[in-house]
Design a protein. Structure first.
Ligand code: M6R
Length: 604
């Protein structure tokens, strides 16, 4: 978590540091800060809370530096406060950090024993002290930096400023992302290309363990052994224009509306509309004997939907596991399996660790990722892209539906490769899948119908979501969406599980949101709704027109477009997103930056 930026500029850089931090604020927003070298001395400005607080501070107290670093924080060690905000300073050194220094406690104890004074509760402050100590021993800045790095364990991306060095920023990455950007006589380092988007699209990705020194002459990159290395420069697509809200109130609202395009672009990587064929570039599923999906949060629910299709369509045994559990339980996987990570960011620490665990055991790895420049994309054997564009709202929407769209396509391709369907059936399924963007757009058009239901849900303390089949993961996703942005407690259950315990929660104060298209399972779910209504429960049913006609008396219906079961998870995702969004707006919640969360979870 946390976003970092460093600039060696030809003109004052405060405004540009802030501009970059705004693009990185999705990574954390507990505090923000910048530091720069002014007349040979380090100055810093820090503020608790959102970036706007730092901006206000800079209006009153500007900083006139041409070299500097900046940070937007998601707190790990030390409460959100100015004292714990980055940059952290020790002697001649200022540091911003994304990650966790695992051995900070013994390092801190040793530094205190040497007489050093600490002013924060962060793990980061030890890094500043270590570099400062090495400088004091007479090392020049880059050598002092390397000597400090050699003492650290844990995960980090760092940007470092040294007093007296008015044209030098140093950076390092191990386990957390960091890129270098090349400008016209100016150089940049930052968490990702998006953060550097306003300044340059000429990007160098550092390898894990690399460290770098940037100055007006360019970048000197070193590997973890201190050997000078060249890393390739890439021109990344100009993503900066895509991160504006436009006329929408929130990024989440915009991203919900982006979904038809996101789905269309994603499908173009897998489905040929002329031949109605579906491909899985880089993988022949006929040669795969087991699929192991690993992911976190919303991405894991996309994986659960994928499992239904890989098993039912392609007959491919498929497991889905939350990456944070998978990585520590010695799964019995053998070569012949394909490990598939699903991740919007491609940086989620647990998912990345699960992938590396598989790779180390000789298992082929693939990643379904939205960020083509991410660590996962660069480390796996095969990349399956989603083309959702940058997703800024912390609550995942278009990344989720793009993941589901890609998984449906891959399952069709797998079914064909494994001889489970013929070319005619492949063409029929491909045609159905290509209808998804239009039907997603139709589902968004009905947005206003949700208003009165959202008002009821906004009053609830607890909400239950129910679904069967592929609608069960959607129930889990609906509950996650609601709780993360509106802070209402919500749980998702398989509708058939209701009688095994959760039905005890049913009362008139607890809305039950049932996701049930008019498919083969509708009647079973309808019985569950009747059981709830008989116990005084209030049911909101998300269904299509046929389902509405067969719904038990007394349910409140949210209409979704009728669609084939193949694409129902895509179409029915929209109303659950809209409900969560509208409830959060009604509650006045911070929709795009909900409390305690960050978009990209790069710590365990
Ligand atoms: O970047 P990733 O897809 O790996 O992120 C995984 C989860 O952290 C993410 O889906 C999270 O659950 C979202 N905030 C949910 O809206």
């Amino acid at each position: 978590m946390c976003g970092i930026i460093g600039i060696v500029g030809l003109a004052p850089i405060s405004a540009r540091l802030v501009e970059s931090l705004r693009r990185l604020e999705y990574r954390g927003y507990d505090s923000a800060g910048i530091a720069g070298v002014v007349d040979g001395r380090i100055e810093r400005r820090r503020a608790e809370g959102k970036l706007r607080n730092l901006e206000a501070l800079l209006v009153d107290n500007p900083m006139n530096a041409t070299v500097g670093i900046g940070h937007t924080r998601w707190a790990t060690h030390g409460a959100p406060s100015v004292r714990n905000a980055h940059p952290q300073l020790a002697g001649k050194v200022a540091v911003v950090h994304n990650g966790i220094i695992e051995n900070f406690a013994p390092l801190k104890a040793a530094l205190i024993a040497e007489g050093r004074h600490f002013e924060s509760d962060t793990d980061t402050e030890v890094v500043a002290h270590l570099i400062d100590r090495e400088l004091g021993l007479g090392l020049e800045p880059v050598a002092a930096f390397k000597a400090a790095l050699d003492q650290l364990t844990g995960a980090y991306a760092l940007a470092v400023l040294v007093q007296g060095e008015d044209a030098l920023v140093m950076g390092a990455r191990r386990g957390s992302p960091l890129v270098v950007g090349e400008g016209q006589g100016e150089m940049f380092i930052g968490t990702d290309a998006l953060g550097l988007g306003p300044f340059t699209n000429r990007i160098i990705h550092l390898d894990d363990g690399d460290y770098v020194a940037i100055d007006h002459a360019g970048a000197r990159v070193f590997d973890r052994d201190g050997i000078r290395v060249e890393r390739p420069l890439r021109i990344v697509p100009a993503a900066s224009a895509l991160v504006e809200k436009g006329n929408y109130r929130h990024f989440m609202e915009k991203e919900i509306h982006d979904q038809p395009d996101a789905c269309r672009h994603t499908l173009s990587a897998y489905v040929d509309p002329i031949t109605s064929t579906v491909s899985s570039p880089g993988v022949d599923f006929a040669a795969v004997d087991r699929l192991q999906i690993v992911a976190c949060g919303t991405a894991s629910y996309a994986g659960m939907i994928g499992r239904y299709l890989f098993e039912s369509l392609a007959g491919l045994p498929t497991e889905v596991e939350i990456a944070s559990e998978f990585r520590y339980r010695e799964p019995a996987l053998r070569p012949g399996a394909l490990a598939l990570a699903i991740s919007q960011s491609g940086e989620t620490a647990d998912t990345l660790a699960a992938l590396r665990w598989c790779k180390a055991r000789g298992i082929t790895t693939a990643a379904l990722v939205n960020s083509s420049e991410s660590t996962m994309a660069r480390e796996v054997d095969v990349v399956f892209p989603t083309h959702a564009g940058p997703e800024i709202g912390v609550a995942s929407t278009k990344a989720f539906t793009s993941q589901v769209a890609a998984l449906i396509a891959l399952a069709i391709a797998a079914a064909r490769q494994r001889g489970r369907i013929d070319a005619g059936e492949e063409a029929r399924l491909a045609t159905l899948l290509l209808e998804a963007p239009r039907l997603i757009a139709e589902a968004i058009v009905d947005e206003t119908l949700i208003g009165s239901i959202a008002q009821e849900i906004a009053k609830a303390r607890d909400v239950l979501y129910l679904g069967r089949g592929a609608m069960y993961p959607l129930a889990l996703e609906g509950a996650l969406k609601l709780k993360e942005i509106s802070y209402i407690h919500a749980e998702g259950y398989a509708a058939g599980e209701l009688k095994h315990g959760p039905i005890a929660l049913v009362d008139e104060a607890t809305p039950i949101i049932v996701i049930a298209p008019s498919d083969a399972l509708f009647d079973k779910t309808s019985s569950n709704m009747s059981e709830v209504i008989a116990r005084g429960g209030r049911v909101v049913l998300i269904t299509d027109a046929v389902g509405a006609g067969h719904a038990p008396e007394g349910v409140n219906v949210v209409l979704a477009p009728a669609c084939d079961p193949l694409i129902a998870p895509l179409v029915f995702a929209v109303p659950i997103q809209l409900i969560a969004y509208q409830v959060a707006v009604l509650k006045g919640a911070d929709v795009d930056q909900p409390r305690n969360l960050a978009k990209s979870v790069t710590v365990e």
